[in-house]
Design a protein around this ligand. Structure first.
Ligand SMILES: [Zn+2]
Length: 367
């Protein structure tokens, strides 16, 4: 074969390899539901907790009618139908320790600020040891992406908890962070945004001024998604953690079930919009786990509560294989999410602190 033709074929081969190696994800939506346990995700409602009058809000009938089935795989679908029917069927779900798949906090504290810092910076910074910690000195992956030309101004975060202003360092990061009772829509709110703002302000404040009800965060984020079409969007729901601390198992499960319905709504929107369809990865995660001992410690977490470092996550998108519930032995950490987010978008997150490696199992094509 003439030399020139060999060179041509070689070039073609490398071009093909390059295209193959590029990930297909162009947009990412990350959703967290604060401190929801892997135990309920994989095993469904816990009957011992549900039968305890201390935790069932004096209505075990409601709990059993709504969330119980004798078969474990049927039972878990009652809390999370979208997670199990769509995300697990077309994507992957990690964290069933009974099958050997372990996901953990790498930070030693097992509560929220250290957890969200770990998720978004890839760095389990031991200096971050309080939910009152001031503005986060560590650069996060949302901020990193917003600095890239193609993502600039196309990154946004919505959180029910007001601490996200500090966690994502709203002042420095330059990305819009809408948290708790912040109004949405800027100087020109549309009719929907005006209504969301008014209702959020006048709503029941069970968590005082630190945190709004998830419904307002969700509607504000959906409005932003439809109107502004961000390429990277983070939505943080908080009620699962709040109702657990309050010892209200019914509201804890109802909040999780509602998050599942919203995930379904988000995915439905994505798969019917040309900018997002088949080009968007959805990641669902938690910031920490909760206890399980004596069926009393489920309400709490932190490093004095055994097992509350145990977490789970799920991924669906064009670059993720449909392996479903992962049933092989592995050890993954929350600190790996940040680089996974960057790599899905064909970037490598490098910054002013160490960043843990991505989770290879999330990718069809290993680079
Ligand atoms: Zn908590």
């Amino acid at each position: 074969m003439p030399k020139i033709r060999i060179t041509f074929f070689l070039l073609l081969f490398f071009c093909f390899e390059f295209i193959q190696a590029q990930h297909q994800t162009q947009n990412i939506i990350i959703v967290t539901t604060d401190g929801f346990r892997w135990q309920e995700v994989f095993k469904g409602m816990d009957s011992v907790i549900a039968n305890n009058p201390k935790f069932n809000q004096h209505d075990s009938t409601y709990l059993f009618k709504t969330y119980w089935a004798n078969d474990e795989t049927e039972r878990r679908k009652k809390i999370y139908p979208f997670l199990w029917s769509t995300m697990a069927a077309q994507g992957e779900i990690f964290g069933n320790r009974n099958l050997g798949c372990k996901v953990d906090n790498a930070n030693p504290y097992w509560f929220s600020y250290p957890g969200y810092n770990e998720i978004f910076t890839g760095f389990p910074d031991t200096a971050i040891n309080s939910n009152q910690y001031p503005d986060n000195p560590n650069e996060n992956v949302l901020e990193f992406l917003n600095k890239q030309k193609e993502f600039h101004g196309k990154v946004a975060a919505f959180g029910a908890w007001d601490a996200f202003d500090r966690i994502l360092n709203k002042k420095r990061s330059g990305i819009p962070v809408f948290s708790a009772f912040d109004s949405v829509g800027g100087n020109n709110p549309d009719a929907n945004e005006n209504l969301i703002n008014a209702m959020n302000k006048d709503s029941y404040h069970p968590f005082k001024d630190d945190e709004c009800l998830d419904v307002f965060t969700h509607y504000a984020a959906m409005e932003y998604l439809k109107k502004n079409k961000p390429r990277v969007l983070y939505i943080s729901y908080g009620e699962t953690d709040e109702w657990a601390h309050a010892g209200q198992y019914r509201s804890y499960l109802d909040a999780a079930h509602q998050v599942d319905a919203w995930l379904n709504e988000i995915w439905n929107f994505i798969q019917h919009d040309p900018q997002y369809k088949n080009k968007t990865t959805l990641i669902v995660a938690v910031d920490h786990g909760r206890g399980d001992i004596k069926k009393e410690e489920w309400t709490s977490h932190g490093n004095k509560i055994a097992d509350s470092h145990q977490i789970w996550f799920a991924v669906i998108g064009p670059d993720t294989p449909n392996n479903g519930e992962i049933n092989s032995s592995m050890q993954l950490y929350q600190k790996q999410y940040a680089q996974t987010i960057a790599k899905l978008l064909n970037y490598t997150f490098t910054t002013n602190h160490p960043v843990a490696d991505e989770i290879m199992q999330v990718f069809k094509i290993k680079k």
